[in-house]
Design a protein around this ligand. Structure first.
Ligand code: RFL
Length: 388
């Protein structure tokens, strides 16, 4: 079994396959240091914690993660807070940086004797329609190589080799939302004890705690904005304005450790199985970060896929593998729907002309007002916000 990519999807899959007695190797393009320091997600759903608990992989997040169950919406009219941990199914997030989760998964995998090759880039998957697919790779020293296995799991993200190797029958449902965020990682303590979502005439701004010393901020920006274009001070002023600091208090400032622009695109590959090639995580579906679903879906799919592969390879039962694509896609579309709803809640309709723009904006403010006042709407929000 060959697994492409050592992100949350590939490493959870590697752990579970190895435990299931399946001979497997993980091939990762980057070096170990890069994999363990790439800051991305931070909000883990309750189901993600349950999955990691089930397999004894949640020690780090229980020791260092923090439970989180509130968000605050700010608009020109004022602010309101939703204690979503007490709404819906009563589930909360655990805030735990993705790079720490990846480090934990990697440590468990290596300690159990799992095999991984860093600095090995998959170039293409061949013969996926047969029972002996192969992966062409570029080794650390630049030399070509190849691996052959019964199955190849494509967990190598949106730009990986698995996606490039899909047969013509694969469909990619794609949507460009026309929205971009400048993601900022600040060396500064959180400024509020809730996720902050600010809806402002100048565009969206967001606040999400990561650790007691590090906070993530987002600023909606024009497509094509260069991440380095503005000074730290200028960005803090912009964040203060959009988060209504004069009314609700200033933000805790600090140096920006990382900046990156995310263009809001979503896509779903159907189906997720192409003979001996199976997709999971961002390779299967890309989801814009507005609802913090990507890493959670990656974990959920990796567990489903691991069970199915172990059933097939260790017990000769192919039924779960036959169901994998349908089952995973049901979760993916649910997350996409909610994520899309969040996008429309948090942003102006980007290309709507004059009168239509007023129409969309009025719908958006009404949606926010309903969320502020309707317990039913709040329960629905909480269930979807924390669920995958
Ligand atoms: P990853 O994490 O991208 O890992 C893929 C791995 O594959 C390697 N790779 C290759 N290896 C070999 N050969 C090749 N040809 C290869 N091409 C790539 C890469 O080096 C990498 O190590 O995918 P995976 O495992 O599917 O996990 C997906 C998540 O990383 C992603 O969905 C989340 O980070 C999305 N996301 C969030 N998700 C959440 O659930 N909660 C959040 O709070 C959250 N916040 C975010 C996010 C994503 C963000 N960005 C950067 C898009 C915040 C941001 C800013």
């Amino acid at each position: 079994m060959v697994v492409l990519g050592a992100g949350p999807a590939g490493l959870l899959l590697g752990n579970l396959l190895h435990r299931g007695g399946i001979d497997c190797v993980v091939l990762e393009r980057a070096d170990r240091g890069h994999v363990q320091t790439r800051a991305r997600a931070g909000f883990l759903a309750a189901n993600t914690v349950r999955i990691l608990d089930r397999h004894g992989l949640a020690g780090g997040l229980h020791r260092h993660g923090r439970e989180h169950g509130a968000c605050e919406f700010r608009t020109a009219e004022g602010r309101f807070r939703l204690d979503y941990g007490g709404l819906g199914r009563g589930e909360r997030h655990t805030v735990y940086p993705q790079q720490d989760l990846v480090t934990d998964l990697l440590t468990h995998y290596l300690e159990a004797g799992g095999r991984i090759h860093f600095g090995t880039e998959a170039l293409a998957v061949h013969d996926a329609g047969t029972t002996r697919p192969s992966v062409a790779v570029r080794e650390t020293d630049g030399r070509p190589g190849h691996w052959r296995a019964r199955y190849v799991a494509g967990c190598d993200g949106r730009h990986g080799a698995a996606r490039r190797s899909l047969p013509p029958g694969a469909v990619r449902h794609h949507r460009d939302h026309g929205i971009s965020w400048l993601g900022l990682l600040a060396q500064a303590p959180p400024s509020l004890d809730a996720v902050g979502y600010a809806v402002h005439d100048r565009g969206f701004a967001g606040h999400m705690a990561r650790t007691p010393e590090v906070t993530r901020y987002y600023l909606q920006c024009e497509r094509g904005t260069a991440a380095a274009a503005r000074s730290d001070e200028d960005l803090w002023d912009e964040l203060d304005t959009r988060m209504y600091a004069p009314e609700h208090g200033p933000l805790n400032r600090g140096r920006f450790l990382h900046r990156g622009v995310v263009d809001f695109e979503s896509d779903v590959i159907e189906p997720l199985r192409h003979g001996s090639l199976l997709l999971a995580g961002d390779a299967a579906s890309l989801i814009s970060p507005s609802a913090a679903k990507g890493a959670n879906l990656a974990v959920l799919e990796a567990e489903l896929l691991a069970h199915a592969l172990v059933a097939d390879l260790a017990h000769g039962d192919p039924r779960a593998l036959d169901r994998y694509s349908r089952q995973a896609l049901a979760h993916i579309w649910r997350a996409q729907e909610f994520s899309h709803w969040m996008i429309r809640l948090l942003h102006r309709e980007p290309s709507a002309p004059g009168s239509e723009s007023f129409f969309h904006e009025s719908l958006r403010l009404s949606r926010l007002e309903s969320l502020r006042t309707s317990r039913t709407h709040q329960d629905w929000f909480a269930e979807n916000y924390t669920g995958v």
